[in-house]
Design a protein around this ligand. Structure first.
Ligand code: GAL
Length: 666
């Protein structure tokens, strides 16, 4: 598969789309034929040109094992084609029909405590179950044989939000095979897992079981390897079916919808296997921080795709139904959400779902066509947005390169969570967001992705990663692979600025502690030594070199400078006199280390200073204003109620409340 071809742009060009695709999940199996006719008419009115069909239609397509009912889908696809609406056709394998569980109870997932997850909802399959795998392949072959050449079908949507796991016997067998491939022999596994502790020595791979209910804390490397296995096994489910599609049509575009920062799948490893990246993102209109989360998550997709355009596969137009209190988006919020994603490179803006379900668990989830029908402000606003996006000047534009790279290693995140750790106050996702906040507030674009991307880029740039980025940030590099250290050293040596957050380099890829206080070499770069971590009972005062004071809360590390200078020092409590924030000049560059949880004010101040060293100006935008650059365009979103003024390209631009402006700044 070509790695860097922007398949979505090619597809849009082939389809003659000027703006991004605009669409929704379309579940015609829930409605009678006469409603389908109205659907088509309404899709036309809403400028919809892209729909994902039949994500949960398995029981309708295969009511009994091996008996297929496809005529209704033939008609749906033909109708959509007659209106030039392109189809992302789902392989409906996310939710097997009840008969699979009846005939093959072992296809049902097992919980850690050995309980069964039954049918009656959705997603009840064990990814390692042979019966499930075979049934999924069978329906895939049938759909691929019938629709691979259908002119409406432009993309294949494998499964949905892959994120299932099981702790039963099938998982145990597959996990053992995975471990055999990873370690080769049981001694290597015993060494990696540190099984001398608590008498866990394993005689053979057959002794391994997935993490299940245990009397006390489970071996953390077993947990981490199981998490890695689950991600790989889900990827294997996807690849199993993608292969069937590609065998029939090597040019087919195959995707599946990601879920941003998702704990059960390492998208850094999946990204090579999807032709078009797709993500589902549900902002929470009741939470002002939701904008930053969305911005960072879209940045992640953009980075994983190396700048290629991607699909916002699902979002809600109004309310979801799975939060405790489902505040709906206003039309203005929905419009700004969609433009944000588009400005971050989403060239298909799609929703869950087209028509609001009249029954079942999602009856109260919003859709483009609500229960009240099309004569509603909800539908009219959606149609206006469809029309507006169709004229967007942004589609197909390469986002442009970022000056800042945030490292987010999925297994580091997974390694730092769970029982037996230092403090739950240190959450990697929260740390990512806290470190991103000053960049977000300034409208400075940030790439965020796995360290493997930096390492690859370092190789490609022949040791001159500093030519690609000015600032690299490791908000929470708990797990550190030794290979990253020389890359960062070269980066800093040739002029880069490096910012490292707390608990950097604590363990290696097997969750073994890096000994000696140097964080596996990471802290050597910073010119500090860590003596021990120190969760705090109470906040303590810290003082900066310029005598400013602030508080550090929840967590610090006991640091000692070796070659670094202290910039902030603890001036209260048992660690008074210990450095907290340090700076070291190394070669042509600079390394900063932050050894604790700073409140947002002091953290903003530190990051602003660090960025200034890399000649990045983080002057904040007006409150409630968000700015995203794409290509030569600057999209300014004003989430506030009142008029905002923003300086762009030497001019003062006015952005009305709850509105946006697209400008240029050069
Ligand atoms: C997603 C799912 C959709 C729909 C949506 C509701 O997780 O993929 O099918 O259920 O949530 O918000």
């Amino acid at each position: 598969m070509p790695q860097h071809r922007d398949e979505l742009s090619h597809l849009r060009a082939r389809c003659g789309a000027h703006g991004p695709f605009f669409g929704a999940d379309y579940n015609p199996e829930q409605w009678p034929r006469e409603v389908h006719a109205e659907d088509l008419e309404l899709m036309g009115r809403a400028h919809i040109d892209f729909v994902t069909v039949g994500v949960f239609s398995w029981a309708r397509l295969e009511p009994e094992p091996g008996r297929f009912d496809l005529e209704w889908l033939d008609a749906v696809l033909d109708d959509l084609h007659s209106r030039a609406i392109r189809v992302d056709l789902a392989l409906p394998v996310a939710s097997p029909p009840p008969w699979l569980g009846v005939l093959h109870p072992d296809s049902l997932p097992q919980t850690r405590s050995g309980g069964t997850l039954w049918w009656g909802s959705r997603n009840q399959f064990d990814p390692s179950s042979p019966a499930y795998r075979e049934a999924a392949r069978r329906i895939t072959r049938v759909l691929v044989d019938r629709y691979a050449d259908h002119p409406a079908v432009v993309m294949w949507h494998v499964g949905n939000e892959y994120g299932q796991l099981s702790h039963g016997e099938h998982a145990a067998r597959a996990f053992r095979d995975w471990l055999r491939r990873r370690y080769g022999d049981i001694d290597a596994l015993n060494r990696a897992w540190g099984t001398e502790v608590w008498s866990l020595g394993l005689r053979d791979f057959e002794d391994v079981i997935p993490p299940r209910d245990t009397p006390y804390i489970v071996n953390p490397t077993l947990e981490l390897d199981f998490a890695r296995f689950v991600s790989d096994e889900l990827l294997d489910c996807y690849l199993d079916l993608a292969r069937i599609i590609r065998e029939k049509n090597p040019h087919a575009l195959v995707t599946t919808n990601f879920m941003g920062f998702f704990p059960l799948a390492d998208y850094g490893a999946w990204m090579e296997h999807v032709d078009v990246l797709a993500d589902d993102h549900y902002t929470d209109p009741a939470d002002p921080a939701t904008r930053l989360t969305a911005s960072l998550t879209h940045s992640y997709l953009r980075t994983l795709g190396r700048g290629r355009s991607w699909v916002l596969m699902e979002q809600a137009v109004g309310a979801v139904n799975w939060r405790a209190h489902n505040v709906p988006k206003t039309a203005a919020q929905n419009r700004l959400d969609s433009w944000r994603a588009h400005a971050h490179g989403a060239d298909a803006i799609s929703y869950f779902q087209f028509r609001q379900a009249a029954s079942g668990p999602e009856t109260f989830h919003s859709a483009l066509v609500p229960h009240a029908g099309p004569d509603t402000s909800r539908f009219r606003a959606a149609a206006e947005l469809g029309e507006e996006l169709a004229a967007s000047p942004l589609a197909g534009q390469f986002p442009g390169s970022s000056r800042v790279f945030f490292v987010h290693d999925w297994d580091s995140w997974r390694a730092s969570a769970g029982r037996g750790r230092v403090s739950e106050a240190l959450d990697p996702i929260t740390q990512n967001e806290a470190y991103y906040s000053p960049f977000f507030r300034a409208g400075e674009r940030v790439d965020i992705g796995p360290s493997s991307l930096l390492i690859t880029q370092d190789d490609a740039a022949d040791g001159a990663l500093a030519d690609c980025y000015d600032l690299v940030v490791l908000p929470h590099q708990f797990l550190l692979r030794p290979a990253l250290v020389p890359v960062l050293e070269r980066f800093v040596g040739s002029g880069g600025t490096l910012l490292i957050g707390p608990l950097g380099g604590v363990v290696d890829q097997d969750l073994r502690a890096h000994l000696g206080g140097t964080g596996g070499g990471l802290l050597d770069l910073a010119g500090v030594l860590r003596e021990e971590p120190w969760p705090l009972a109470d906040a303590v005062t810290i003082t900066a070199v310029d005598s400013a004071t602030a508080q550090v809360h929840d967590f610090v590390e006991v640091l000692r400078t070796t070659t670094a200078q202290a910039r902030w020092t603890m001036t209260q409590g048992p660690l008074s006199g210990r450095p907290l924030v340090t700076r070291r000049e190394l070669g042509e560059g600079i390394v900063w280390y932050v050894g604790g949880l700073l409140g947002q004010g002091p953290l903003q101040a530190v990051i602003t200073e660090v960025a200034a060293e890399a000649a990045i100006d983080l002057a904040p935008l007006p409150e409630d204003v968000e700015l995203v650059r794409r290509g030569e365009h600057v999209v300014v979103l004003n989430h506030g109620q009142s008029l905002a003024h923003v300086h762009l390209g030497g001019q003062c631009v006015e952005v009305p409340g709850e509105d946006l402006v697209i400008g240029r700044d050069r």
